[in-house]
Structures are given as C-alpha cells and as structure tokens.
Design a binder for this molecule. Structure first.
Ligand code: SF4
Length: 408
C-alpha cells in the first residue's frame, strides 16, 4: 500500500505548491477564500492547502509533493460557514488553558464510535512518568492551568486518586479534571475518594445513545451524575455521540427534561477516526440544523451563542437554559489546521502540544494504524494561550522533518 511507504524530509511548503493550489481552484471555477494547512491522507505530512467555495459549499484543495492535489468538502453550506463567528474573548467558552494527557489505554466499554481503540493488555504508565510529562508543559495560571486526564478510561487506574493528588501538588494553580464514561463514578465511595484527592471536575461521556437502553451501563452513568451533584463535584460537560441524526430526539429529550447540572452538553456525530473507518462525513451545519429543527418542532427555544469559540468543528447554542456544544469533527482527509489554533490542547503524540482534534487524528495514524508520523506540526499550531492574529504565510512556516516510526 502506498500509505505504508515512509516518506520523510520533504519541504511541502514551496511556491510551486502554492501555485498549484491557485491553479486547482481556477480549474474547478471555485472562489478563493483563505490559505490553511492540512494533512496528506496518504503519507500524513503537513501540507499546504487553500479554502474555496463553489455552489454554496466550502472546500479545501491540498497539495502533497508526493501524492499530488486533492479536493475535500469542509462545510456543506457556505452561507452557514460565512456566519460562523469565532472569538476567544469569552472566558466561558475559551478552553486554551487545558491540556489532555492519556492516563490509561484501558477501558471498560467498547463504544461503536471510539477514536481511541482501547487495549486492556497495556499496563498503565507509572505516576512518575505522567508527572514527568506534565512537568514539561508550561504550567501556570496564564499558561497550562488545567490538566484533563483522559484515556481510554483514566479512572480504571487503581492509583487514580493518588495520581490526581500528585498532579495537584505540582502547582496549586493547576486544576485537574477527568474525561470519563462515568461508570466508576456510579460508585459513591469512589466519588468520595476522588473528591478527597482534590479532583476539580469531570467530563462525562454518555457516549452512544444506545446506552440509554443499556440497563447496567446507563444506570451507573446516571448514578454517577447524581453522585457528582451530591458531592458538589462540578460537571464540565455531559456528552453524546450519534451514529444517526435520528438520535437527536432521544438526546434532546433527555437534556431538556432532566435536572442535570453541567456547564454544557455536547452532541456530536461520528467521524472516521479510530473505530469508524469509512464513517459518512457530515458537517457541523447538518448537526446544527437537526437540533434547531428538533427545538422548533418541540417548542423549545434555540439561540446560537455568538460570543464563543465557534468554528467549522463546533458551535455553541442555548436551548432553553442549557448550553449545548454542537460538534462535528473532520478526519485525516479534510483537516483544516487554521480552525485548530485553540484548545482544548493535547499531548498524545510526540512533537508538541496541539489541538485535540489534530492529535487524535495523528494518534490514530501512529498508534492505531501503525503508520509513520513523517514530520512535526508547524509551530503556528502548537500550544499558545493567546494565539496571534497574524495571517498564515504558507512559505514561512516553522516545521521539521523529524519523524516517528509506528508504535506497532
Ligand atoms: S469512547 Fe471512551 S468509553 Fe467508549 S470505548 Fe472509547 S475510551 Fe472507552
């Protein structure tokens, strides 16, 4: 397979590549928008790309020195795209201080949309190793001020509470939260234990709506939310992933009809990352319109939250009095790095902390597919608490061909 050939050390960001992008847009009668950076879906190099619109749809055209030109839709509604407003000025919807790290490769569920692909044979890294990883981050109130323990399922670690305490002891300004499926938190004694450890909050993934009828899993997850409320542990978000837009009904009914307190709810549709190869690509406007239509048909208020970090991968809305983050991830074919110059940041793969979505795509290439990472991300896309507004110059990017062989 051509994707298994290791191609490294190529400077992708040349004038000839940029000229090819302009010509490719002319060839399809597209209207140019902005330059960006993407990944080649064959060799996974960072490559120059350019956005354009055509027939009320938005595309990127990208150029790989080895694999040539390709065009990919990034939003199915240009009018909708044009109305997306992005700001980092609202601290409620600014996630630039948080970095996710993987605390376990193991999991007690097998969700149909999982991007991680857990491996229950992998031994958890010692606490010291994770502390060393965290100490390398620029910790501080105005830098990385939140560590989000993720996995697979971080709470499966027998020393989870100790890990939280140890991270907190590194810097009193650091908050520690966990991204979890909630199962362990269904045990009230576990909740008391982690509260005593200093855990500052949880992000609960209710995951696939099928679990709504999954008696054991669902019951534990609901107990988890109740236990959080009893113990006053903040819930940053409760999230759902759909494999069909028909599931909007069950999800929205649940969100609108219960007493759960969460900073926000998150709804996304599956992506071709991890366990979903070949997943149908839909766009954030599709998910947004499905939820908006449900609200209209069910007599619920629906308003877009304008002052938020809205982009082509997520948009904040308010339904009744609940904040909902409407999400649709890209995949390795159509990733648009100019949309990913913000948190939540991630430290899953080598060569720098970058946006979560960029990291889970590179992690899938490296860990799940067993392919090479042929270069480093351009510095422009690495952790920055306050990313600057300087326009992208494709010919002056700082990157290197430092490559990483597959893990498997
Ligand atoms: S999505 Fe999360 S909870 Fe589900 S299998 Fe993957 S790691 Fe486990």
């Amino acid at each position: 397979m051509i994707s298994n050939i290791s191609i490294t050390g190529i400077n992708q960001f040349k004038q000839s590549a940029v000229d090819s992008l302009h010509q490719a847009i002319v060839d399809v009668n597209g209207v140019e928008l902005l330059p960006t950076v993407s990944l080649c879906h064959h060799c996974h190099s960072h490559v120059p790309a350019w956005r354009y619109h055509l027939d009320n749809k938005v595309y990127i055209v990208k150029h790989c020195a080895t694999h040539g030109i390709s065009h990919h839709m990034i939003e199915s509604d240009y009018e909708f795209y044009s109305g997306i407003y992005y700001t980092q000025d609202n601290p409620r919807y600014n996630f630039n201080g948080g970095v996710l790290i993987e605390a376990s490769d193991r999991c007690n569920l097998e969700c149909p949309h999982c991007y991680h692909l857990p491996d229950n044979k992998i031994v958890d890294q010692p606490i010291e190793t994770l502390l060393d990883q965290i100490k390398k981050l620029p910790l501080g109130i105005n830098q990385v001020n939140r560590i989000i323990l993720s996995g697979a399922e971080a709470t499966l670690r027998p020393d989870f509470a100790e890990l939280v305490t140890e991270i907190k002891s590194l810097d009193p300004d650091i908050s520690v939260t966990v991204m979890t499926n909630g199962i362990q938190f269904g045990d009230h004694e576990f909740v008391k234990q982690v509260k005593a450890s200093g855990l500052d909050g949880v992000n609960i993934g209710l995951n696939h709506p099928e679990y709504i009828d999954h008696h054991v899993v669902r019951r534990k997850q609901i107990s988890a939310i109740e236990n959080m409320h009893v113990e006053n542990i903040p819930i940053s978000y409760i999230s759902y992933t759909m494999i069909s837009l028909n599931e909007v009904h069950d999800i929205m009914t649940e969100i609108c009809s219960n007493y759960w307190q969460a900073k926000n709810f998150r709804i996304r549709y599956g992506s071709d990352i991890g366990r979903n190869p070949g997943q149908e690509r839909i766009f954030v406007s599709d998910v947004y319109k499905a939820i908006e239509t449900w609200c209209r048909n069910n007599d619920k208020s629906f308003d877009r939250i304008i002052e938020a970090d809205n982009n082509i991968y997520h948009i904040m809305a308010r339904v009744e009095n609940k904040d909902i983050r409407i999400i649709q991830w890209c995949d390795e074919t159509d990733i648009d790095m100019e949309e990913l110059r913000s948190g939540p940041w991630c430290d899953f793969v080598p060569d720098g902390v970058t946006n979560f979505l960029h990291q889970i795509i590179r992690r899938d290439v490296w860990k799940n597919q067993g392919l090479i990472l042929p270069d480093t991300p351009p510095d422009r896309y690495k952790f920055n608490r306050n990313p600057h507004d300087t326009p992208l110059d494709l010919l002056n990017l700082s990157w290197s061909s430092n490559n990483h062989e597959p893990l498997v």
